[in-house]
Each structure stands twice: as structure tokens, then as C-alpha cells.
Design a binder for this molecule. Structure first.
Ligand SMILES: [Zn+2]
Length: 427
């Protein structure tokens, strides 16, 4: 066999264009909507059978007891491992198989995977079955062209990323699937655009604020105490104090898009009183707000929480009968991989060579499964890199570009080869 070169690798990937399209379409057509977590087993099995046919050692792991796991909706995961002729480093490509609800208003059937020109449409096309398919093609091509590699290649399809990853990467991380010595380098093909290396993500704090009042007849509200008006004071204080404070906090993390380079807070929901049918005339005695605070690596979680708690405590002193409860719902610490980590430099070099331009280093505004690999697996050589336009994720008429998938498959194959061999592939 003639020596492997980048042009041979690229040509072989281009020759698999039809296979890549078919694989992407097959994956999209399995409607793995989460919640509730439909058809995970079908999708895991489809991927596992393909990899087993190519001499991968395939394991299926159901996250028994994880949030959402049930016999009706098993949290199914699949991990395929290919081992080369000799021992060496392991490069792992991890993709989540779940997709969010398609919502309404699509021009294309969200689960038909229609091909129009260079695009494949469907829920999950971009986030992230297109990335999964590209990584499968990348790894299969590498194995065909370099069957004597001294190292291992893994591909996983995991559950529940969209709902926190507890039945997927978190569960597997707790069982050593994302730790050394099993794995050395992880690439997560999330849709961050084919010329970007994503180093990590901001932090998250979700909390519920409840204001309390006193119930009374709605015709005599002066005899009660309206919890919604108390919450109105909270919103007013957010507007006057908290939002300006957050807008002034800027990060050195290269977060995209630009607006996410500051701390942000979304009021996720706000609800007070009865809201079914024709209500009884009542003064509401409870009002609840859920906040979604995204924070920067320069901020501590304690500081983030105390900003809100201090604001609520101040309202206690300025507003008669103001009473609240603050409950934590969910939290994630920011993650940032070193720019000099091997997986970063190797993918960056591969982007430069395949696309003929330097990569952009970015940080994701939202979180993804890298947090579990970092915190639980204690593996820090992990990034997100994959095809697909970030802004299309979770939108109607989501699509992935076929050329983008081919390009990113070349980047993935080249960087995996270089990470395993420690050498530079000839042109
Ligand atoms: Zn995703």
C-alpha cells in the first residue's frame, strides 16, 4: 500500500459522500426526541451495528437509575472501540444522539431528512447527527487507510445531552469511559462551525425564586397580600440593579456570539396565582420565577448566587411583608481547555491545512457534555469541533451542509491520525 498522505485521506473521504449522506439521513430519521427520550435504543443499535461490522468492539450501556430512565424510555448509550495493531493513545469522538422537540412551523418534515442542494434538513441535522456522521466517516476512512495504527479509535452515541447528560456522558464518566488510561483525547462534534475549535463553555445557575403573600377574596385585595406584586418588585430590582451589573461584567474567554461575552440572565418563566379556566377571585399567595443565569470563568458560583440573594434581602428591608424563598435547581461550573492542549493544537493545525485558513478559538455560550468529561472523567484534553452552523441548533428548518460535513470529517481524520502517531501527515 502506498504511503498515507493528506490528499489520499481527503480523496477517500470525498469518495464516501453518498455514504455520508445516507448515514446522516438514517440517523435523522430515527426521531430521538428528548424529552421524553424516544427511540434511543434504535439509534444506539443502528450505530453499534454499523461499527461492529467494521470490527469495532461495541458495548451498549443503559444508564439504569438515571433521571428519566425507564423501560418505556431506556437511556441507551453505545460505545464502539477499534484497536490498532499495537497499543498507543486513544482518540474518542463523542456525540449525543438525542434531539430537541422539533416545534412547529417547519417547511421541511423534521424527520424526513430531505436533501436540497448541499443541505440535509431535519431535527438534529446540525445538532448533532451531522457531526456524528462526519466522525464515523472520518474514523472508518482512517482505519481503511492506516490499518496498522498504534492506537485506538472510539465513537460513542450518548443519551440526554439536551437534558443535562445524566443518562449519557455523566453516567459513562462515572464508570471510567472518559478517563485515562482508557481515553486520552476527546473531540465532541457539536455544531460550532467547521473552522472553529471550541475550548469550553460558560457556567450555569438555574434557580427558582418564590415570593409569598396571603390569600384573600379578590374583591377585597387590601385584606390579603399579593405575591405577584412582590414579584413585580423583584423584576423591577433586576431591571434597575442586576441587569446593568451583569452587562458590565466582561470575560476574557472567547465566547461566541459577542453578546455572550458578558454575564447573562434569562427569566425562564414567571407564574403566580391560578391560571386554569375561569379562576376563583383570589389574591395570589405564591408567585414563582425561574432564572437561568450564565456566568463567566472570572466569576465564582458563590458570588453569582449572592448577587441575587443580596438583592432579595434588600427588598426585605424596603418592602413591607416581603418574603421569599430561593431554591437551587441546577448548576454547572465553567469549563475551559488550555489552548496548548494536544487536542487543541492538533485540530487547529488540521483546520489550517484542510481549509487553508487559521481556526478561530471559541467558547460556547451554553453548556454541553464536556463538563462531565472534565469534572467526572478528569480528562482535560477535550474540545468540541464539528460541522453545522451553531445558530441553527434547535431552530425550525435546521440543516447541515454536506460540504461542511466532508470538510470537518477530513479535519477529524487528520487530527486523529496526528494525535495517535505524534507525527505530521505529509501533504
Ligand atoms: Zn448538541
Amino acid at each position: 500500500m502506498s504511503e498515507l498522505t493528506l490528499s489520499r485521506l481527503a480523496d477517500r473521504i470525498d469518495a464516501k459522500r453518498d455514504d455520508l449522506i445516507q448515514l446522516t439521513r438514517d440517523l435523522i430519521r430515527i426521531p430521538t426526541t428528548n424529552p421524553p427520550g424516544e427511540h434511543y435504543e434504535d439509534c444506539a443499535r443502528y450505530l453499534g451495528e454499523r461499527l461492529a461490522a467494521r470490527h469495532f468492539d461495541v458495548r451498549y450501556v443503559r444508564a439504569e437509575g438515571a433521571i428519566g430512565d425507564s423501560d418505556r424510555y431506556p437511556r441507551a448509550n453505545v460505545i464502539g472501540r477499534w484497536s490498532g495493531d499495537a497499543s498507543g493513545p486513544t482518540v474518542h469522538f463523542n456525540s449525543h444522539i438525542d434531539v430537541v422537540d422539533p416545534g412547529i412551523g417547519w417547511q421541511h418534515d423534521p424527520f424526513a431528512a430531505e436533501v436540497v442542494g448541499d443541505r440535509i434538513y431535519g431535527r438534529g441535522a446540525c445538532d448533532m447527527k451531522g457531526g456524528l456522521a462526519a466522525s464515523v466517516i472520518a474514523v472508518e476512512t482512517l482505519i481503511e487507510l492506516a490499518p496498522t495504527l498504534a492506537g485506538n479509535l472510539e465513537i460513542s452515541g450518548t443519551a440526554d445531552e439536551e437534558s443535562g447528560g445524566y443518562g449519557g456522558v455523566a453516567y459513562l464518566s462515572e464508570r471510567g469511559f472518559f478517563s485515562r488510561p482508557r481515553v486520552d483525547h476527546v473531540i465532541i462534534p457539536e455544531p460550532l462551525n467547521k473552522d472553529r475549535v471550541c475550548l469550553g463553555h460558560r457556567g450555569v445557575w438555574w434557580a427558582e425564586i418564590e415570593t409569598r403573600g396571603r390569600i384573600a377574596h379578590g374583591s377585597m385585595p387590601f385584606l390579603g397580600d399579593c405575591a405577584v406584586r412582590h414579584m413585580g418588585a423583584v423584576v423591577a430590582a433586576f431591571e434597575a440593579e442586576l441587569f446593568p451589573l451583569l452587562a458590565g461584567k466582561r470575560t476574557a474567554m472567547p465566547v461566541v456570539p459577542e453578546g455572550a461575552k458578558q454575564s447573562t440572565l434569562n427569566i425562564n418563566s414567571l407564574h403566580g396565582g391560578q391560571n386554569d379556566g375561569l379562576p376563583s377571585p383570589l389574591v395570589p399567595d405564591s408567585c414563582r420565577m425561574i432564572i437561568d443565569r450564565r456566568f463567566l470563568i472570572e466569576e465564582s458560583l458563590d458570588e453569582v448566587k449572592s448577587e441575587v440573594r443580596d438583592l432579595l434581602e434588600r427588598l426585605k428591608t424596603t418592602r413591607e411583608a416581603f418574603n421569599y424563598e430561593l431554591r437551587d435547581l441546577f448548576e454547572v461550573i465553567p469549563t475551559l481547555t488550555d489552548e496548548n492542549a494536544p487536542v487543541v493544537t492538533s485540530v487547529a493545525n488540521a483546520i489550517t491545512r484542510v481549509l487553508d485558513r487559521p481556526p478561530e478559538f471559541v467558547v460556547s455560550p451554553g453548556t454541553y457534555d464536556q463538563k462531565h468529561i472534565d469534572r467526572i472523567g478528569r480528562l482535560h484534553d477535550c474540545i468540541a469541533y464539528g460541522p453545522g452552523i451553531l445558530d441553527l441548533a434547535h431552530q425550525v428548518d435546521e440543516y447541515v451542509g454536506i460540504e461542511d460535513m466532508l470538510d470537518s470529517a477530513k479535519v477529524m481524520a487528520l487530527s486523529a491520525w496526528e494525535l495517535i502517531t505524534g507525527e505530521r501527515l505529509a501533504g
